[in-house]
Design a protein around this ligand. Structure first.
Ligand SMILES: Cc1cc2nc3c(=O)[nH]c(=O)nc-3n(C[C@H](O)[C@H](O)[C@H](O)COP(=O)(O)O)c2cc1C
Length: 185
């Protein structure tokens, strides 16, 4: 099958991970939320997640100073909210109030959980060495919460250019081919 050159600065269209998440934070009595697509799992034990947080975002300073956040996983019913949160800055807007979201106290971090999201992960910054160079924060997930239904939620996955893919069918037919021991270091 023929292929065209694909611009290297557009590889995110294929490789961008999902799902889109909402990152909540708290600092000096204020809370905030940002939409985030650029994250990656970096370990299981401990549970590490690397997050790209642009230094122009209000969340950047709030999270760098508090060294904490919550990663919340929204589903398709929150799609308009996810875009709205991404289009506004916590410098001028109280996003919990504007988007009618419920802040729930975390167990181990001061950043609030977003009740309306399917899952919530309390995180602590464990490595700040990549922040200045790459705007990448390495967090350890110290506590997690997830709804029991639906088992496979309809999460949002960003394709660039304002397009989302909504999580589709989950299949088990390849399961017997797996060698689970090859998936971990
Ligand atoms: C679909 C989507 C994905 C986004 N992904 C990221 C991301 O990975 N990292 C980032 O820094 N900003 C990302 N943004 C932009 C922030 O959400 C946006 O700048 C936000 O308004 C920052 O809010 P704050 O200034 O209150 O922190 C994304 C926005 C959208 C709509």
């Amino acid at each position: 099958m023929r292929k065209r050159d694909f611009p290297v600065d557009d590889v995110r269209r294929f490789l961008e991970p999902g799902p889109i998440v909402l990152v909540s934070s708290a600092w000096k009595g204020k809370t905030n939320i940002m939409t985030m697509g650029w994250h990656m799992v970096m370990g299981e034990e401990p549970s590490l997640v690397g997050c790209f947080i642009w230094d122009r975002n209000r969340s950047f300073e709030m999270i760098r100073k508090s060294r904490e956040c919550v990663i919340n996983v929204p589903t398709v019913d929150l799609a308009a909210t996810v875009v709205g949160i991404g289009n506004t800055s916590g410098r001028t807007v109280d996003k919990f109030a504007k988007f009618n979201l419920t802040a729930v106290a975390g167990a181990l971090v001061k950043a609030p959980l977003i009740a309306e999201c399917h899952a919530n992960f309390e995180c602590r910054l464990v490595d700040s060495r990549l922040i200045d160079r790459y705007s990448v924060f390495v967090f350890e997930v110290v506590k997690g919460y997830a709804r029991t239904t639906p088992r496979f939620p309809k999460t949002l996955h960003y394709r660039g250019d304002g397009l989302f893919m909504i999580a589709g069918p989950t299949v088990s037919r390849y399961r017997k081919r797996f060698k689970p021991e090859m998936l971990r270091a």
